[in-house]
Design a protein around this ligand. Structure first.
Ligand code: TYD
Ligand code: MG
Length: 456
């Protein structure tokens, strides 16, 4: 009879480890080690399934269905949008990087997370090189969560932080921020490329070896990317961006990389007087400020990760006072706006030549897919003719250079979300076959039909 036994085997090189480790000691690969029950045949006395070469045994492939699924443990924080973006919760032994503009709420979000995990009985350490414990206390006093039992440490030396995390048996370590810490092993200043890379690698190793979940705050550059070497994002298991206009109350949390979940998921929060609170129904919130009956507004449904979100696109076309007309795009690529204006002019006969054009998207959302083209065009035409678009209409479609309206993906989920929010008409490509009861599909072949519809 085969007798089951467990090994910790590297999926990369097949090396077996006596206990779990984050990095393979044979080939140096990260995150490749998984516990595997192996079958030992007493007659052979050696593992089955081991790669040939190392042990001399022949490799025996196995059907995928028989491969045991690794059970990923996740700690949920109870902040639904945060758990959702993380892919279902925090994975022990993982390292996540969170970037965002100053003042957006990174420290607040992580302190709330720390407080919740502490309340759930986990040991947490919040180490900050950005703020003193007194300043953190001031923030903590504002929160709904009781952050009182969270251990804090005002420290910038990485070795001291890791020692403190070990001593306090921290299961969650928050480090605010990677740019303020330094390691003794390098001479360079905190924040330098070498320091950031080395500290991140050390933290990753610490996370894997100890099973501690590590959250690291990263500053962003002017362009919005996390400052420091590109390797920083390669090292981390999860990379989150916290965005939004700091003047507005809404904050968008997005995962751009996630080894334990899908990417581009969007979590929506609002910054309140008592910390961040998750927004349960983003579409309704984004459309709440919409003033129906005003020209220059059109609604579309974006796919943010796996979730449809309805947003309003606003446009304003106004006579240009001086020389070259301005084109200002907020939340969409200015080049895409230029293309759409050219298509409307040449293919639809709607001229914006003497007009300043401003386009923006509500709540700091970005239009990152061409499926929003039709809504941008509808908002532009609506402003041009000073006629509101129908309040119950949704615009979904990509516009080609020939002026043709093209179908887009994920239509069912987008329409279902629109239907839920009371929309009754969807303007989309005729090839977009979809039947959602209660939502009428209005086929549009070409932009000139949209021009006629909105000018009439
Ligand atoms: P913070 O978490 O310090 O941002 P970051 O770490 O990304 O720089 O958030 C700071 C902003 O949030 C600041 O403008 C104050 C505001 N805020 C609230 O509005 N309500 C609150 O309960 C808290 C804690 C902060
Ligand atoms: Mg901060």
């Amino acid at each position: 009879m085969p007798r089951p036994r467990s090994v910790y085997r590297c999926a990369e090189c097949g090396h077996d480890h006596p206990k779990w480790a984050g990095r393979c000691e044979a080939c140096g690969a990260w995150n490749t080690i998984a516990e595997e029950p192996i079958t030992v045949r007493p007659d052979q006395g050696r593992a089955v399934g081991r790669r040939s070469g190392r042990s001399g045994a022949a490799a025996i492939p196995q059907p995928l269905a028989e491969v045991e699924q690794s059970r990923l443990v996740r700690w949920t924080t109870g902040i639904p949008e945060f758990d959702f973006v993380m892919g279902g919760g925090i994975v022990p032994g993982s390292m996540a990087l969170i970037g965002g503009e100053p003042g957006i709420g990174k420290s607040t979000l992580l302190l709330q997370t720390a407080a919740r995990l502490r309340a759930a009985g986990r040991h947490v350490l919040y180490a900050s090189g950005e703020e003193s414990p007194e300043q953190i206390r001031l923030r903590a006093d504002r929160l709904v969560e009781d952050a009182g039992p969270v251990l804090v440490l005002g420290e910038t030396r990485l070795e001291a932080i890791v020692d403190a995390a070990q001593a306090s048996r921290a299961e969650l370590l928050v480090l605010d921020s990677i740019q303020t810490v330094y390691t003794d092993t390098l001479e360079s200043a905190p924040g330098s490329v070498g320091q950031v890379r080395e500290c991140a690698a050390r933290l990753m190793r610490f996370a894997k070896e100890s099973g501690t979940a590590v959250f690291v705050v990263g500053h962003v550059t002017k362009g919005g990317a996390i400052a420091g070497p590109k390797t920083l994002e390669h090292i981390a298991d999860t990379v989150l961006y916290f965005e939004g206009e700091s003047s507005l109350d809404y904050r968008l949390l997005r995962a751009t990389k996630n080894r334990f979940g899908s990417v581009d998921e969007l979590g929506v929060f609002s910054m309140t007087e008592r910390g961040l609170s998750a927004v349960a129904n983003p579409s309704a919130v984004f459309l709440a400020a919409r003033s129906e009956g005003t020209s220059g507004s059109a609604v579309t449904a974006l796919m943010e990760g796996t979730r449809p979100v309805l947003v309003e696109v606003q446009a304003l076309a106004a006579p240009s006072g001086y020389g070259t007309p301005q084109r200002v795009a907020t939340g969409l690529d200015p080049k895409r706006l230029a293309v759409l204006l050219a298509v409307l002019e040449r293919r639809g006969g709607a001229s914006f030549a003497q007009l300043d054009v401003f386009v923006q998207v509500t709540a700091g959302v970005r239009l990152r897919e061409p499926g929003a083209d039709l809504a941008v065009a509808a908002a532009l035409l609506s402003s041009l003719h000073n006629r509101p678009t129908p309040a119950d209409a949704l615009y979904l479609g990509e516009i080609g250079l020939g002026g043709e309206i093209r179908p887009i993906g994920g239509i069912e989920r987008r329409l279902a979300e629109a239907c839920r929010l009371g929309f009754t008409r969807a303007f989309a490509s005729p090839r977009q076959g979809s039947q959602i009861p209660g939502l009428r599909h209005v086929p549009l072949h070409h932009v000139d039909e949209l021009v006629r519809a909105l000018a009439a």
